[in-house]
Design a protein around this ligand. Structure first.
Ligand code: UD1
Length: 431
């Protein structure tokens, strides 16, 4: 495990570029398994979850070539034969479960381990299984393994009790090659769903309505090789924007699709942060006086993203007045609070709510990251705090960002990456 040493209190200045989206890359890599020709995916960030997903498709015997310096990934799944992805990989990253839909579409069967437990609450897969069962898949679960089998995947009208991102993706991928038409009602409408549909359509699928509550997928016999460029990462964009806001800097963040961050922009404006669209893909952030506390509730898109709640809480910890943060998407997603408290924040957690009383300043401390977004929140707190902060277990940050600390250093942040003697493993975590 590594740690970051941050000398806080330096306002960030300059411009910085957001990388391709982790949460768009992972399903697109899984979806490559549906195709029988070469697939080229660009803007694929070099981070741990992407590397894990690459290993998953390799474990199914796809040919993969990843040029990490050019962020370009080539996959040929034309001759995959294996229908059982590596258990260890699936348990280490919940998103690996996204290969289930493609495997069922290609082979009519798959054997996959139940995804592991997770640091941000128990995350069932019932909606994935219920949707696929509606399309004619039979499941049996024994010894932690799921056996899935179907003679014929058929289109169906599927209603999701909750707009799960992963379930929408898994069902959409299976439906792309099913017989007949599938409708997913109450589907997730995250930008990553739209990106996946665009990828699948470019490979010959017939999907309409992605990004809306009802998605229609007309099944087709097979998908071809294609090329695709992944959308920018809206969560990384938000993290960089918030790092400028908490330090009181003046930063231009490039490669942002501003529509995708509108819930964040609305909330930032409420706090008093100055944020303007410089052009279609860049925003400038400047903090004037002290920010004001606001109430915040996480919701499925287009609501405020749960993946930015920890980082936004760091801003609230420094804003004037009282803020109420309500987490509705995941249970147990206040793992960053312990670290913030050590840094002198005033936060009281009760169930899925946190009451944040803003302080004039945070104090540097030694804190421990517990998951990806918690590590980003503590990094931001360290940038804003007086004195020196050490964030240990910082490897979690690499699950979702590629060289974030280097890019922050380019904006003037004083950050040092250090190898810790502690050899603890990254805990199973599932974002
Ligand atoms: C994806 C994102 C993650 C983000 C989350 C919510 C990826 C790789 N990860 O995760 O970063 O935080 O969306 O925006 O894209 N649920 C069920 N049953 C199911 C599936 C989900 O009850 O079958 C529940 C989960 O426990 C959770 C909620 O639904 O409470 C949201 O989960 P979901 O939308 O599926 O998130 P992921 O796809 O896992």
């Amino acid at each position: 495990m590594n740690e970051l040493l941050i000398r806080g209190g330096v306002p960030l200045h300059g411009s910085v570029k957001v990388k391709g989206s982790k949460n768009a890359s992972l399903p697109v890599i899984a979806a490559s398994l549906l195709t029988d020709g070469p697939v080229v995916i660009e803007e694929v960030p070099d981070l741990l979850d992407v590397r894990t997903m690459i290993e998953v498709v390799k474990s199914l015997h796809a040919d993969v070539n990843y040029d990490s310096s050019r962020e370009k990934l080539e996959i040929n799944a034309g001759s995959i034969k294996n229908q059982e992805p590596s258990c260890e990989l699936v348990q280490n990253m919940r998103a690996s479960f996204l290969v289930l839909g493609p495997l069922l579409a290609r082979f009519g069967k798959a054997r996959i381990t139940l995804p592991g437990g997770c640091a941000i609450g128990s995350r069932p897969i019932d909606l994935h299984l219920k949707g696929l069962a509606g399309m004619g898949v039979e499941f049996s679960v024994s010894g932690g393994m799921i056996e899935a089998r179907t003679d014929r995947l058929r289109g169906e009208r599927i209603y999701l009790d909750y707009p799960s991102v992963g379930a929408t993706e898994n069902i959409m991928m299976a439906a792309a090659m099913a017989e007949g038409t599938t409708y997913i009602e109450n589907a997730a409408s995250e930008p990553e769903i739209v990106d996946l549909a665009n990828f699948l359509n470019s490979a010959g699928a017939r999907i309409s309505g992605a990004g809306m509550k009802s998605i229609r997928i007309k099944g087709t016999g097979g998908l071809n090789g294609t090329s695709h460029s992944v959308i920018p990462d809206r969560i990384e964009a938000g993290t960089l924007i918030l790092s400028a806001a908490v330090t009181g800097g003046d930063v231009v963040v490039n490669n942002v699709l501003t529509d995708h961050i509108s819930p964040l922009v609305a909330k930032l404006k409420e706090t008093g942060v100055y944020i303007e669209e410089v052009d279609i893909s860049a925003v400038r952030i400047k903090k004037g006086g002290r920010t004001r506390g606001v109430d915040l509730k996480t919701l499925p898109y287009p609501g405020f993203p749960t993946d930015l709640q920890p980082q936004f809480m760091t801003l609230l910890a420094l804003s004037e007045g009282t803020s109420l943060v309500t987490e509705t998407v995941f249970e147990n997603r206040f793992m960053h609070v312990d670290g913030l408290l050590r840094m002198d924040a005033d936060v009281i957690v009760e169930g899925n709510r946190a009451v944040v009383q803003g302080r004039n300043a945070l104090q540097g401390a030694t804190v421990q990251a517990s998951d990806l977004r918690a590590s980003a929140a503590l990094l931001l707190a360290g940038l804003a705090a007086e004195g020196t902060t050490i964030v240990s277990n910082i490897d979690y940050l690499w699950r979702g960002h590629s060289g974030l600390e280097e890019r922050l250093s380019g904006l003037g942040a004083q950050i040092e990456w250090r190898t810790s003697s502690d050899q603890e493993q990254l805990e199973i975590s599932g974002e």
